[in-house]
Design a binder for this molecule. Structure first.
Ligand code: ADP
Ligand code: TRP
Length: 331
């Protein structure tokens, strides 16, 4: 069975893009693989969140994960900071990582541009910590979006470099988990092609949004005055509404509005009402579980304690082996 690992930074609630782009696939993945899903709270410290925000964000991501269907009986769900082995491996790996290569990482250069007043060492060493997350479990596969491909490539470099340096074949080289056709990009409500909380909060529908919030957001989505001739291509904002519909609505519903568009008789108000109702219906079971879990701290605590134990059982032997290979031994 493949070991598959994925981490997410706790920066807020999860939205429909996270669900269709990643979470939905994780739910299938956990059936056939030995999966590790963790909340990367150490990584999120690079942006200096307020302590209270960090705590609630971690809790909310955990709740969203469980509500969407990640099963702690099948997969290992844990919080990064509950696995201190990661810190030790990160430190050990860092001795064979060069400052120059870290400075050339695109995500680092992007951060330097975006937050020139907070270019902290954690940002520079981000890829080492991420490599440690992966290598500590000796994971085979990591599902990654485009923005994380370079980090995974570096993980392979660091692993190979360790093997070469010490003349061992210890680390396997993790590869990207390929979802094939299953990868869907969910557009934003603001006319942008990607729903993204880091780009624009207003583009997002969160799994934890109440039905009336979903309705309000959808009704405010960008549209125009409608097509004027049959067969006219759809502007991006309109195409976005159709894409959202394709994700959550019945085929007949999509077909109906496609026909209305082609006949130039489409009423966007009606379309949005339908879309809001379909998103709400789709999300209802997840939303109900979110409300339940919010009041059940005891269960959440059990889940993360059990997750930490399982993660530790997987990670501890790696750190023990690596110390031995490096020559850190008790007399
Ligand atoms: P955001 O852009 O909102 O900050 P993240 O970068 O935290 O989102 O997303 C975590 C994961 O969720 C990504 O690696 C990606 O796989 C998935 N994802 C995010 N937004 C979308 C989207 N609009 N469509 C499809 N997948 C998405
Ligand atoms: N860097 C990832 C992101 O920003 C989160 C992450 C941290 C991660 N460690 C990981 C993802 C290990 C996969 C594997 O989305």
């Amino acid at each position: 069975m493949d070991k598959v690992l994925s981490g997410i930074r706790p920066t807020g609630f999860l939205h429909l893009g996270n669900y269709f782009g990643a979470l939905r696939n994780f739910i299938k993945m956990q059936e056939e693989n030995d999966c590790y899903f963790f909340i990367a709270d150490y990584h999120s410290l690079t942006t200096h969140p307020k302590p209270a925000d960090l705590r609630t964000n971690v809790k909310n991501v955990l709740i969203d994960y469980l509500a969407a269907g990640l099963d702690p009986e099948k997969a290992t769900l844990y919080i990064q900071s509950d696995l201190p082995e990661v810190c030790e491996l990160s430190l050990l790996l860092s001795m064979n990582v060069y400052v120059g290569e870290l400075q050339r990482v695109s995500s680092f250069k992007e951060k330097v541009r975006r937050q020139p007043n907070n270019v902290n060492a954690g940002l520079l060493s981000y890829p080492i910590l991420m490599a440690a997350d992966i290598l500590v479990h000796r994971a085979d596969k990591v599902p990654v979006g485009k923005d994380q491909e370079q980090h995974l490539e570096m993980t392979r470099d660091f692993a190979q470099r360790f093997n070469n340096f010490y003349g061992v074949e210890y680390f396997k080289l993790p590869v990207a988990y390929n979802f094939g056709q299953a990868l869907v990009k969910i557009p934003g409500l603001d006319g942008s092609t990607k729903m993204s909380k880091s780009d624009n909060e207003n583009s997002c529908i969160y799994l934890s949004d109440a039905p009336e919030v979903i309705k309000k957001k959808v009704m405010k989505a960008v549209t125009d005055s409608g097509p004027t001739e049959p067969g006219q291509p759809k502007p991006q904002a309109i195409e976005n509404l159709f894409q959202l519909m394709r994700a959550v609505s019945a085929e007949d519903t999509v077909k109906f509005f496609e026909e209305e568009y082609n006949k130039c008789s489409i009423r966007y108000g009606d379309m949005k009402k339908q879309l809001a109702a379909d998103i709400t219906a789709f999300n209802a079971p997840i939303y109900e579980r979110i409300l339940e879990l919010r009041g059940n701290d005891e269960y959440l605590r059990k889940v993360i304690e059990r997750g930490a134990e399982k993660a530790h059982a997987s990670a501890a032997p790696t750190v023990r082996d690596v110390r031995e290979i490096i020559g850190i031994k008790k007399l």
